[in-house]
Design a protein around this ligand. Sequence first.
Ligand SMILES: [Zn+2]
Ligand SMILES: [Zn+2]
Length: 403
Amino acid sequence: MPDVHQLKRRACEAVDRHAAELTAAADWIHAHPEIGHQEVEASSRLSGMLSQAGIPVEMGTAGMATAFKAELNGSHGGRPRVAILAEYDALPGLGHGCGHNLIGTSAIGAGLALREVLPELDGSVWLLGTPAEESAAPNAGGKVHMVKGGVFDEVDAAIMFHPATETTITGDRSLAARGFEFYFRGKAAHAAGMPEEGINALDAVVQMYNAVSMLRQQVRSDVRIHGIILSGGAAANIIPDYAAIRYRTRADDADYLAEVVQRVVVCAEGAAKATGCQLEWKEYMPSYENTLPNGVVMELMLNNLRSLGLDVATERKRKGRGSTDFGNVSRRVPGVEARIAITEDWDVPGHSIEFREAARSDRGRQAMLYAAKGLAMTAIDLLADPETLRRAKALLEQDLGGI
Ligand SMILES: [Zn+2]
Ligand SMILES: [Zn+2]
């Protein structure tokens, strides 16, 4: 077995050597936010850092223009293969309010570090640039598209980092999430002269919104239903003949979520019937499954982050949960998303201006460098000992069977 401690130390030194380049890239991406599937500059900057280091990069993975895949080979290449995932999309209007500029650069940092030690290990590492994690972009869920495209069929474990307000490795699962749009069509008429001739599509949206707001009280407390009105009419003096609303629906598990979705659809149907509108609806993005953090990989990551001197908790103070397309990955291959604090204040909400500012702070940059080291060290652990990977896979099978 290779000298794992020595390989990890060398990988960490390599991250330190690349620190200036990595933080410059993180700051640049932060200053040039691009929403999902439009991350042209970010994906080219990140993949460019790999190409410059002599690592071959394929763009357009799984049919997505801003996705990429870079392969780093160990002594024999091929399997086992660990994937390190990069995200780099921003939020509309808010910029990098989720700190994905730090995720992308942490993965590249890990890759640059691993390049130096991989020749002493078997197997390989894929750095995957996964676009559009935020559900704000049409056809979001780059990792879901990669899962469907078979990318993870050739992977044995997947790891990534997400900035947070607390440094934690926990078994908490993200929420399963789906997204729907409802389109109501009515009939335009002069709102003062002949309102009785009109069929008011905005009224249908308002009816639906109110019905869903009432539904919220009659579902399990883990459920989240939240939406925005996409269209509410063209002018106040025209009865709106078209209105539309988008909802995200979430719950602990996919089965209960499917029940909730049915009830949301009934709210839309009821609103259409009450107002006389025609209704069409569609699921506008792929489902995000709830995550299944793998206990074996979690432990490796926990020990590695602690060995770097980080104070890592195994429980979170802030209990709110979001959703991620990493959920779909975590049900195909063993994996973990490490969370490292980018602010002193654990109460700062995600998707906020404060969180965005933390993503370009010194603390944020340091967290990204710690993450690069933790990812590289965990990849070394997974490649160095086939028995660990076997245990991680067995645990995934067991966890999946238990649901
Ligand atoms: Zn987010
Ligand atoms: Zn995020």
